[in-house]
Design a protein around this ligand. Structure first.
Ligand SMILES: [Zn+2]
Length: 245
């Protein structure tokens, strides 16, 4: 498995940046995890749309979903040019319903709903889900090829009940939206970089990638917030970063 960061910023990208989007490639296909602002053009740097097997959406907040209509235009054009001839699958939650409905676009894309009990087999990997603490229906994803395991934590507040979902994974892609000094007092459904590091340590994750970063907070602030709390291999997300086995 190989995962490439296409974008990682929230809620709006900085200059030349991109919202959340991660390209997972296997021997059998390619899956896009979330589709934020500028993710489609970043995706095109790696493969044409007809080579993408599926999209899996964690949830439908604007920063994660806003390039889906553009991806749908990409599928439409590839279909018209006879590079694609089947309905393209977008896996996603069923709520909010009006957003779930937007995953369907004429004969080009369709929504395949999942929930916490679903187990998907796509592109040679198994994907399972955990509902997170967030203001809309949102799911973390555990992806395994039977040898290595990636957990993408999606958007997750401090009250997410992780159980053993993250335990012993090879890579934990965890949001650290805030730094501890800048964290709001109310639960906004997000973690700090420090909480991401602590969660990775508690879960014995072998590697941590802290993501969902604000372009308005300096990277060194995120780094110093997390550094003392996880002693494995870790880094902040950056566009083009690749982790592979
Ligand atoms: Zn969100």
């Amino acid at each position: 498995m190989k995962i490439t960061v296409l974008g990682y910023q929230s809620p709006a990208p900085g200059p030349g940046g991109a919202g959340p989007g991660y390209l997972l490639e296997t021997d059998k296909g390619a899956i896009l995890l979330d589709c934020g602002s500028a993710v489609y053009s970043r995706l095109m740097q790696y493969l044409p749309i007809e080579k993408l097997t599926a999209v899996i959406m964690s949830h439908y907040h604007h920063d994660h979903v806003c390039d889906i209509p553009i991806l749908q235009y990409g599928v439409m054009m590839a279909t018209i040019q006879k590079k694609m001839d089947t309905v393209f699958p977008i896996y996603g939650p069923t709520q909010p319903a009006e957003w779930a409905e937007r995953m369907k676009y004429e004969k080009y894309t369709d929504l395949i709903p999942f929930n916490a009990d679903s187990e998907l087999e796509i592109a040679g990997v198994k994907v399972t889900f955990l509902r997170t603490d967030h203001s809309v229906e949102c799911y973390a994803m555990k992806i395994t090829d039977g040898i290595h395991t990636i957990v993408y934590g999606a958007d997750s507040g401090p009250e997410t009940i992780w159980g053993s979902f993250v335990n012993d994974c090879d890579l934990f892609i965890c949001e650290g939206t805030f730094t501890t000094p800048l964290a709001p007092s109310a639960n906004l459904g997000h973690l700090t970089a420090r909480e991401a590091a602590q969660l990775a340590a508690q879960s014995n994750a072998k590697q941590l990638l802290i993501t969902h970063l604000s372009p308005d907070i300096a990277r060194k602030e995120y780094e110093s917030d997390a550094a003392a709390h996880y002693h494995g291999l870790w880094s902040l997300a950056e566009i083009g970063k690749v982790i592979a086995w």
